[in-house]
Design a protein around this ligand. Structure first.
Ligand code: FAD
Length: 209
């Protein structure tokens, strides 16, 4: 459907013998290699999604300044210019998350926290790209669906980004897993915010099992 610049094939490994000299890391150490590799792999998806979304938004915004309907530029219709505003906001939020994640990777390297942030970035940036390119196509109407503009290609490529390098459902799996691991390993934070409720002392009402 998309990503046509790269071929896709299935690779089979059956009874493969690997010389010890060719081992990457320790024998049975693939988990560590995988976790390390998924940092650049998923950050590439995240950062690529930002670039894709930025391009789609720019094309659609410029188009909306030229295309006229009902005697005015379509960017003067709220139905169009609010989509531009929403897309910009989403894109800036995604860019901030991806940059912050990159900063954390540079400063602390591989860790459970990095795993969570990388997964959040991959998920949020690719979902943002999908939403932004979809709105870009809507702004451009029928011509956006044709191949006169590259929006239809960006839309096909964006769809894949939510699936490859680990689906976004798998990103959710990682995010909540790492969060609970971090949260439940710590005692209640310095100030017990649960105690802020007016009826905080009604212990019997608090948790039903
Ligand atoms: C064009 C293209 C290029 C690719 N390039 C590469 C590449 O270069 N290298 C590489 O390694 N891979 C590559 N892939 C594979 C890609 O990473 C996988 O397709 C992707 O990780 C999803 O795995 P799957 O297809 O086996 O889906 P499945 O694992 O079968 O998932 C199917 C559905 O079930 C859901 N699901 C599965 N398990 C769970 C769970 N535990 N909890 C909740 N939901 C779940 C998924 O989210 C998804 O919605 C490529 C794929 C495509 C289409």
């Amino acid at each position: 459907m998309g990503a046509r610049g790269g071929g896709t094939g299935r690779v089979y490994f059956r009874d493969v013998r690997v010389p010890a000299a060719n081992l990457i890391g320790q024998e049975h150490g693939a988990y560590e290699v995988f976790n390390q590799m998924m940092i650049p792999e998923r950050m590439t998806s995240a950062a690529g999604a930002l670039g894709l979304a930025r391009a789609a938004l720019e094309i659609a915004a410029r188009y909306s300044d030229r295309r006229k309907a009902f005697g005015q530029k379509i960017r003067e219709f709220e139905g169009v210019n609010f989509k531009v505003a929403e897309s910009l906001t989403r894109l800036d939020a995604a860019r901030a998350l991806v940059r912050e994640t990159a900063r954390i990777i540079d400063s602390i390297g591989n860790s459970n926290y990095v795993r969570r942030m990388v997964s959040e970035s991959k998920k949020f940036a690719t979902e943002t790209a999908w939403a932004v390119v979809n709105d870009a196509m809507q702004i451009m109407g029928g011509i956006g669906y044709t191949n006169v503009y590259p929006i239809e290609r960006l839309l096909r490529d964006a769809r894949l980004m939510t699936i490859w390098t680990g689906t976004n459902e798998i990103m959710n799996l990682v995010i909540q897993h790492e969060y609970f691991r971090e949260l439940l390993a710590q005692p209640l934070s310095a100030r017990d915010v649960e105690a802020d409720a007016p009826n905080t002392d009604v212990d019997g009402e608090k948790v039903y099992e």
